[in-house]
Design a protein around this ligand. Structure first.
Ligand code: HEC
Length: 117
């Protein structure tokens, strides 16, 4: 009995581990931090460090697109923004999934939403 229980626990752990790792960037559809003030601040720090050199102060655009506009070339839904940032875009936008990972990308999305007009 005891053995079966332990084996069951191990299998459950294994399954969780596997599904955890397969939960990649392409499955991210909704921002878990939406509207959270603390995340806006954290996102701003991440933005300033990683994105400002190209997209400018306050994401108003510089050599690269203005990110405060609602109408974006590659779409403006949570899914589309996440995908653009995680996977990059052909016109010179780098991919960030490896450098930043899911949580940091969502923090930056939260910051960008706070700037939207
Ligand atoms: C090396 C310069 C560079 C850096 C750094 C950079 N980007 Fe970009 N980004 C670009 C370029 C160039 C484009 C336009 C790509 C295109 O049109 O195909 C772009 C496009 C985008 C778009 C799509 C805009 C639209 O209209 O659809 C988003 C969103 C975006 N970047 C977010 C970010 C975020 C967030 C970061 C920081 C994590 C970042 N970028 C860092 C160069 C950069």
């Amino acid at each position: 009995m005891k053995r079966t229980f332990i084996a069951g626990m191990l299998t459950a752990g294994l399954l969780l581990g596997v599904s955890g790792t397969s939960f990649g960037a392409e499955h991210q559809t909704k921002n878990p931090y939406e509207g959270k003030a603390k995340m806006v601040k954290e996102g701003q720090k991440l933005y300033d460090y990683n994105c400002k050199s190209c997209h400018g102060e306050g994401a108003k655009g510089d050599v690269c697109p203005d990110l405060t506009v609602k109408k974006k070339k590659y779409g403006n839904s949570d899914t589309e923004l996440f995908k653009t940032i995680a996977q990059g875009q052909p016109g010179g936008m780098p991919n960030w999934d490896k450098t930043l990972g899911t949580e940091k990308i969502w923090k930056i999305v939260t910051y960008l939403r706070s700037l939207e007009k």
